[in-house]
Design a protein around this ligand. Structure first.
Ligand SMILES: [Zn+2]
Ligand SMILES: [Zn+2]
Length: 426
């Protein structure tokens, strides 16, 4: 009896899922070779931030072909595309167009040999952050959702965003008011990113804070310069800077749970026999909330003031430029993500993680519009390679590569099921 009941309940549980899942599953599998070809095209022709002319053109062409309305050249290379399929929510996906100044060392048969110039120097160019995967997935999803219009109602928006790697593309699209090119404001904004440290078949996300607010801090220490023969007449700013540096390391340790403070640059002086007048330090401060930032900056300013007084030098702390805002994953979109994917990927393959101190300008969409957003990662390493080594190259490594076509199929499956779920739920 128990056994029969189990069978009936299993039947009831599985039936709607398979009815739902099978049509898109079939299309994803069938599309894999064509998408792999498109992926290779992007991978072999990477373009640096704000130089994404070809990439934007190709993305726009594929989206047009899939039946999307496309607006190109929004704030330089931005591509804004949408497909309306009746009354329902508007969901937006962001895909990044740019690659990195790196010489590829993967030895793949389709490795990039592209070179470009950056600051007057010749550099190799490589998609080492998986943006080629994100672009191809967006094209695959455009085709999938056009093909399976009976499975959803609403508007699907795809945004090709330039200049993510320099943290300026999202801000540029927002200041060009890219939303005006859409029939209505999105109800949710979704960002998918490959993970270099997770196996294909897994999904990782942080509910709430997810990526960091990245800020550069500059500290200048001014003393009195002089001849090395008469140090008693000078106020050597290097000693003050050295003392401050040890204090900065202590501040970093005290606040390490919610802040990453790193000293990246220490400069001052020209020659051993000249005591310089000034010394400069440059730090990167990564936090999530304003309160956390204020705490760390106050600790730095307090220590600086103490050392300045003791050594009779001037120390100025500049809050400096901000790279990216902190990324925030909407709590209900986070719950929807696991609910949507557990039936298709299995509970153990959906993982949550604490927020990371990396920055990604995907954060700007929520921070500037308050439209609920979520950014999550999909594993890109074949289970075999994942088991074989614990030393996988990270994103931005010239040796990183996602296994293909498994990564594309996994990304399509993940975003495909999530979108269908959200089109019904929101
Ligand atoms: Zn990157
Ligand atoms: Zn990236």
């Amino acid at each position: 009896m128990k056994h029969r009941l189990y069978k009936i309940s299993l039947f009831i549980w599985v039936l709607p899922l398979t009815c739902f899942a099978l049509p898109i599953e079939k299309t994803i599998q069938a599309e894999a070779p064509a998408l792999f070809k498109i992926y290779k095209g992007f991978h072999q022709n990477p373009e640096l931030s704000n130089q994404e002319t070809r990439t934007a053109k190709i993305l726009a062409r594929y989206l047009k072909k899939a039946g999307f309305k496309v607006k190109s050249h929004v704030s330089n290379h931005g591509v804004i595309a949408y497909f309306q399929n009746g009354k329902g929510p508007t969901l937006m996906i962001r895909a990044e167009l740019d690659a990195l100044p790196l010489k590829e060392r993967t030895n793949l048969p389709f490795a990039s040999h592209v070179q470009s110039t950056k600051n007057g120097k010749k550099v190799g160019v490589m998609h080492a952050c998986g943006h080629d995967v994100h672009l191809t997935t967006a094209i695959g999803l455009a085709r999938l959702f056009k093909h399976h219009q009976k499975l959803w109602r609403g508007t699907l928006v795809i945004v090709g965003q330039p200049a993510e790697e320099i943290g300026r593309g999202a801000k540029a699209l927002l200041s060009a008011n890219f939303l005006k090119h859409l029939p209505q404001k999105p109800d949710a904004i979704l960002g998918l990113h490959v993970s270099a440290h997770h196996a294909i078949g897994t999904v990782v996300y942080s509910p709430g804070w997810t990526t960091a607010h990245v800020q550069t801090l500059g500290i200048s220490i001014t003393g009195r310069g002089g001849h090395a023969a008469m140090p008693h007449l000078a106020k050597n700013p290097i000693y003050a800077a050295a003392e401050l540096t040890t204090q900065l390391e202590k501040i970093a340790a005290t606040h390490h749970k919610y802040a990453a403070l790193s000293l990246g640059q220490f400069s001052g002086g020209t020659k051993s026999n000249i005591i310089p007048k000034t010394t400069h330090l440059k730090l990167s401060l990564r936090t999530f909330s304003k309160a956390q930032r204020n705490k760390v900056i106050k600790a730095i300013k307090d220590q600086s003031a103490g050392i300045a007084k003791k050594r009779n030098v001037q120390i100025k702390v500049n809050d400096g430029s901000t790279g990216t805002s902190a990324g925030y994953n909407d709590p209900s979109l986070s719950t929807h993500l696991s609910k949507a994917l557990i039936p298709h990927l299995g509970k153990k393959n959906i993982m949550t993680t604490p927020p990371v101190f990396f920055g990604d300008d995907f954060s700007e969409y929520y921070q500037q519009t308050k439209i609920p957003a979520i950014q999550f990662a999909v594993g890109s390493i074949s289970p075999k390679r994942f088991k074989a080594t614990s030393k996988l190259p990270s994103l931005h490594s010239p040796r990183y590569y996602p296994d293909m076509p498994g990564t594309l199929t996994h990304a399509m499956r993940t975003m495909g099921h999530y979108l269908i779920y959200l089109f019904k739920k929101l």
